[in-house]
Design a protein around this ligand. Structure first.
Ligand SMILES: Nc1nc2c(c(=O)[nH]1)N[C@H]1C(S)=C(S)[C@@H](COP(=O)(O)OP(=O)(O)OC[C@H]3O[C@@H](n4cnc5c(=O)[nH]c(N)nc54)[C@H](O)[C@@H]3O)O[C@H]1N2
Ligand SMILES: Nc1nc2c(c(=O)[nH]1)N[C@H]1C(S)=C(S)[C@@H](COP(=O)(O)OP(=O)(O)OC[C@H]3O[C@@H](n4cnc5c(=O)[nH]c(N)nc54)[C@H](O)[C@@H]3O)O[C@H]1N2
Ligand code: SF4
Ligand SMILES: [Mo]
Length: 778
């Protein structure tokens, strides 16, 4: 049998690794290696990328649309047209009967990794005209958008640490040795961290767990979950108090709010925050001094600092530190990438939130969305505007959102649900129609969402490695059908792309700084047809040509087009190290960096109120704070059906400090009941001194033992759903983001007797015990 090679970007996490796929004549993937010619990833690959062939060939992946029978089981639709007709009917019936807001949308994480998602989701939402828009962003990075929105004017202008040139990296709530990085796309993140140390720089990690990243760093600082804002305030205060922050020349005259900030932080002395955070005052002072003294430094905070009660304050204070130490928009500091597909001349409105509010809890809209923590409220609570239908695209909110167990029940009450998803899983089992996108080998790839967060300016397009089977719609086609259904039109989906293309070209020819200013859209439109095949590719070609490295439709004959990228740079194109570009980025109403936005200053009162509280008084000895955990071989909820990734070393255990374990009489392998305000779960205990005392840790994305799913490998490695105990009532008020870190729980020994469990099935006990044994033997 013959074989051939194809190259593509790995679609699984944010690291953007280039892959070299070996394919046989049937189009099956027989091998995967890192693409050594990719200028960014240079051959780096992790176990998830290496098993992309197994994921691609997973027999449980759906190849045909499914319809839900009245008895709840799923059967293949007669064909794609039938499925699309059922979707149009289902959505229209609900929208016509109950109004626009009765149809909600939930957008999950893989949608940010696809080319189709960013191209069509906005049109689906516009078509529906609904305010009920939810996504994984409010279980993830929304605090970053709010922080950047108010500080820099653009919610997407999130500075990334210039990893390859920095001398000092202060990292809070991130574990890139497992996650491979987030809002900082850097293939071989571990290697880049080691390089900082090798060139004499310092890496400091702040985390309630001594993670593999913390172990690699020069210094690991334990912190009580949920208290980073206190530490960050004290760092800022120390910079002021010791006059370590001098207005850097390149930001001179561009900063607003320095005096307000100085007044705001005055109460947060290292001594006062030390008992709250668990970080000794001398350590805080030293951290501030080291940060200020470093030639080129960057502060970076990620999911551990976002998904907590002060997520936005944390995200803001991280960038306050970057500004105050002169490291924003400077080589080796925190910089703004310049994605090749984003036109720099486009008009932007200053950012604002609360343009509308959620019906039940009155929570503010943020970046066009409502908090996913209130999705179940909006489905369950009767009244005008109640959600009656739901569209999910690449998401598994039953396992990934706070109190997912409640959401699971709520989904049963919907009148109509459609899911665009390759699996019948814990969420999509509720769908009346499941529309599976094609397999990875059939899918083109371009990281519209992630290239804006890469540590170098870089661009890569991967055409499908194998042509789509006849009659199989691409994910773009599926989403275009949803646009048609959402808008209640009978249009040809192709017409939508034409509208978008002409709209963009019209704006471009009218925008003064644009490379095509004054030209005719029709002429430009013809040029797109010459270069690219599919409508998706035409839209991408247009974006690249209007972008900062583009050919401007011939204005710069050496510039980038999709054809050039495809043919001349099949392994990707390195556009160089990050460059200072604050002028292009900044778009606040004042034209300045807003260092102390009023809503952030107001939220700091919440912090101050708790400053002198005695946290340990009257504490239940069984009370602990729950945090999350990621593992290299997992990815949220949906790679657990790949045998290689769950084999042997699976890890859905409850980690706790040995001192707590001893105090509570819990031994390794015991089943422990974890109880919170919102729910209960049972997990197998794994005492380890890598977790600080008072803290327990469980990974998310597990709990695959529900009925009606079709993921057989995952079912055998079910694990437990941590989001049975996370609390949908607790959010970061400024961003609506869920609190997954610092969840108050109590622990209760729950060992099954010799005859079995005292109720329910103990979660993968044998599997976990085997795993603990094998890891302690290592
Ligand atoms: N292998 C793997 N890779 C992934 C994913 C995955 O599930 N598996 N998911 C992807 C996604 S969607 C994302 S968003 C990224 C996330 O990427 P990261 O942000 O690197 O995520 P984590 O590995 O969860 O690291 C978060 C760290 O925060 C710590 N932490 C918890 N609470 C606190 C706290 O209160 N304060 C501080 N300072 N730290 C705290 C945790 O102990 C943990 O070590 O990873 C992506 N990559
Ligand atoms: N307790 C706790 N909960 C968490 C977190 C945590 O740290 N702790 N992390 C949060 C974070 S950072 C995130 S991003 C969310 C993730 O939340 P979600 O996005 O809701 O969950 P995923 O598990 O990523 O679900 C991805 C879904 O997309 C499907 N899928 C895979 N590939 C494709 C594709 O190409 N197209 C389409 N249409 N679908 C596809 C999968 O089958 C799966 O159903 O979870 C959050 N939940
Ligand atoms: S690190 Fe991320 S992008 Fe790279 S191979 Fe692994 S999953 Fe894919
Ligand atoms: Mo995420």
């Amino acid at each position: 049998m013959g074989s051939r090679t194809a190259y593509r970007t790995c679609p699984l996490c944010e690291a953007l690794c280039g892959l070299e796929l070996t394919l046989d004549d049937s189009g099956a993937v027989t091998g995967v290696r890192g693409d050594r010619d990719d200028p960014l990833s240079k051959g780096f690959i992790c176990p998830k990328g290496a098993t992309l062939g197994r994921l691609n060939g997973d027999p449980d992946r759906l190849d045909a649309p499914l319809l839900r029978d009245p008895d709840g089981s799923h059967v293949p639709a007669a064909g794609w047209d039938d499925a699309f007709t059922a979707v149009r009917r289902g959505i229209r019936q609900v929208a016509e009967r109950y109004g626009k807001d009765s149809v909600a949308v939930y957008i999950g994480n893989p949608t940010a990794h696809s080319i189709a998602g960013p191209l069509y989701v906005a049109a689906i939402i516009r078509g529906l005209g609904t305010r009920n828009v939810y996504s994984a962003s409010t279980a993830d990075q929304m605090p970053k958008h709010v922080s950047s929105g108010y500080m820099f004017g653009d919610p997407l202008a999130i500075p990334v640490p210039d990893l390859d040139r920095t001398d000092h990296l202060l990292m809070l709530g991130a574990n890139p040795l497992e996650s491979n990085g987030s809002l900082c796309s850097a293939p071989d993140f571990p290697g880049r961290l080691k390089a900082i140390r090798a060139r004499g720089g310092k890496v400091t990690v702040v985390d309630p767990r001594r993670t593999r990243t913390a172990a690699l760093a020069d210094e690991h600082v334990f912190i009580r979950p949920g208290t980073d804002a206190y530490l960050l305030m004290a760092l800022v205060r120390t910079l002021f108090a010791e006059e370590l922050a001098t207005e850097p020349a390149h930001l001179a005259g561009r900063i607003h709010g320095l005096d307000d900030l100085r007044a705001l932080v005055v109460d947060f002395t290292p001594e006062r925050v030390a008992p709250v955070t668990g970080v000794p005052a001398p350590v805080i002072r030293r951290m501030a001094r080291e940060l200020a003294a470093a030639g080129r430094a960057a502060v970076y905070g990620r999911i551990g600092t976002c998904t907590q009660a002060y997520g936005t304050l944390n995200s803001w204070l991280v960038d306050v530190l970057n500004v105050m130490t002169g490291n924003l928009d400077r080589e080796g500091g925190a910089m703004f990438p310049r994605p090749a597909h984003t036109a720099v001349y486009r008009a932007r409105r200053p950012f604002t939130t609360a343009r509308w509010r959620s019906r039940v809890r009155g929570l503010p809209e943020v970046f066009g969305e409502l908090p996913v923590a209130t999705l179940a409220d909006e489905i369950e609570t009767p009244g005008e505007g109640q959600i009656r239908a739901l569209i999910t695209i690449g998401g598994n909110p039953v396992l990934s959102t706070p109190n997912g167990t409640r959401l699971d029940r709520a989904l049963d009450g919907l009148e109509f649900m459609v899911s665009v998803d390759p699996y019948l899983n814990e969420t999509t089992r509720h769908a009346d129609v499941v529309l599976p996108p094609p397999r990875p080998v059939h899918t083109p790839h371009y990281d519209l969402a992630l290239l804006g967060f890469a540590v170098r300016d870089y661009v890569r397009y991967s055409p499908p490695a194998v042509p789509l089977p006849a009659g199989r719609p691409a994910e773009s086609d599926i989403l275009a059908q949803l646009v048609v259904a959402a808008a209640g039109l009978d249009d040809d989906p192709a017409a939508l792309d034409e509208i978008v293309i002409f709209d963009t070209l019209h704006k471009a020819v009218n925008a003064p700084g644009s490379p095509v200013h004054g030209r005719r859209p029709e002429e430009l439109r013809k040029m797109l047809k010459d270069g690219a095949a599919t409508r998706t590719e035409q839209r991408l070609d247009m974006m690249l040509r209007l972008g900062p490295y583009g050919d401007g439709f011939g204005a710069d004959p050496a510039g980038l087009t999709l054809t050039r990228l495809r043919t001349e740079h099949p392994h990707g194109l390195d556009l160089g190290a990050l460059k200072p570009r604050l002028d292009e980025v900044l778009c606040t109403a004042s034209g300045h960096i807003e260092l102390c936005p009023p809503s952030f200053a107001a939220d700091a009162d919440r912090l101050r109120a708790a400053l002198d509280g005695d946290r340990d008084r009257d504490r239940d000895p069984a009370a602990m704070l729950l945090i999350g955990r990621r593992h290299l071989r997992s990815n949220n909820s949906w790679l657990h059906n790949v045998p290689e990734l769950v084999r042997g070393s699976n890890t859905c255990t409850l980690q706790l400090n040995p001192s707590d374990a001893e105090r509570l009489g819990i031994g390794g392998g015991d089943v422990v009941r974890v109880v919170s305000r919102s729910g209960t779960l049972e997990a197998v205990a794994e005492p380890t001194d890598t977790v600080m005392a008072g803290v327990v840790s469980l990974p998310h994305g597990w709990g695959h033992d529900l009925s009606g799913t079709r993921t057989e490998v995952a079912r055998q490695h079910a694990g437990v759903n941590v989001n049975a105990v996370t609390d949908e009532r607790e959010i970061d008020p400024l961003s609506g983001t869920a609190v997954f870190n610092g969840v108050p729980v109590t622990l209760h020994l729950f060992n099954p007797g010799p005859g079995g469990s005292p109720g329910g099935s103990p979660p993968d006990r044998a599997w976990c015990e085997r795993d603990i044994a094998s890891r302690s033997a290592q």
